[in-house]
Design a protein around this ligand. Structure first.
Ligand code: CTP
Ligand code: CA
Length: 237
């Protein structure tokens, strides 16, 4: 029986996908977060599992429907994390036995320098609050630098730069800085990209070339990313 569109081209691969947005605590009831829904990351995990891969999904904060969709798949194992440092710990452990790592999570660039054991209070304040933040480690750059032989590392970049040429230049610099094989770039605004079911991407390869351009649903976009990974791995093998 041939099912239209069915492929098992990722059978035998172990892959790690990170998804969602990290949350950096300020005090017991507050955090710094971002608007990532985790939907594109969930679709990346589901697409890989549908295509035969064994998937570890390292899930930062995600919309409930996105997490539920991924949880339903028997070839997806989910590790939930909160902060960037927790994500780093989980993805580093999972990546050790994987052939592909796709870093789709929206990682907080900074975390509060101090986490208060008790709720921050306005009492005795002067009407302003200054938070000191420290930079989080660049997780995907660390993974790429210390990867096992033959592992493919893919990063994502959500960019708000409206000019396509400037966006591509920025993407090339970012790919090189992180040392990843592929950088998947999408333009996001206040709504597009984060909440919508559609996505439009450009995949930048290791020579700075545009390896692929695609737009479609988040599932179709996920398949386009795995196609890009497969093309690259076929070339390297
Ligand atoms: N990323 C990461 N660790 C961080 C920040 C980002 O691993 N501390 C990863 C993201 O998961 C993504 C890629 O790096 O796959 C690009 O994220 P992006 O925020 O675009 O890159 P930054 O280096 O943080 O650059 P910017 O200053 O533009 O935010
Ligand atoms: Ca960032």
């Amino acid at each position: 029986l041939a099912i239209a569109g069915a492929r098992n081209d990722l059978t035998g691969l172990r892959v790690v996908v990170t998804a969602g947005g990290t949350r950096e605590p300020l005090d017991p009831v507050r955090f710094l977060g971002n608007r990532s829904s985790g939907r594109q990351g969930a679709q990346l995990a589901i697409a890989a599992a549908d295509r035969g891969a064994e998937v570890t999904l390292v899930a930062a904060h995600m919309d409930a429907d996105a997490l539920a969709a991924a949880s339903a798949h028997r070839r997806i194992d989910i590790t939930r994390v909160g902060t960037a440092l927790e994500l780093q710990h989980a993805v580093t452990a999972a990546a050790a036995g994987a052939q592909v790592v796709v870093m789709a999570a929206a990682v907080a660039d900074y975390r509060p320098a101090r986490v208060s054991d008790t709720k921050l209070t306005k009492e005795g304040g002067d009407g302003t609050l200054t938070l000191e933040l420290v930079e989080n480690p660049d997780i995907v750059a660390g993974l790429a630098a210390h990867r096992p032989a033959g592992q493919t590392v893919v990063a994502f970049a959500a960019e708000t730069e409206p000019d396509a040429v400037a966006r591509l230049e920025r993407a090339r610099r970012k790919r090189a800085r992180k040392g990843v094989d592929l950088l998947v770039v999408n333009e996001v605004g206040w709504r597009a990209g984060f909440e919508a079911d559609h996505n439009a991407i450009v995949i930048v390869g290791s020579e700075g070339e545009v390896a692929a351009e695609f737009s479609g649903t988040k599932r179709e976009t996920a398949d386009a990313v795995w196609d890009g990974v497969q093309t690259l791995r076929a070339r390297v093998d």
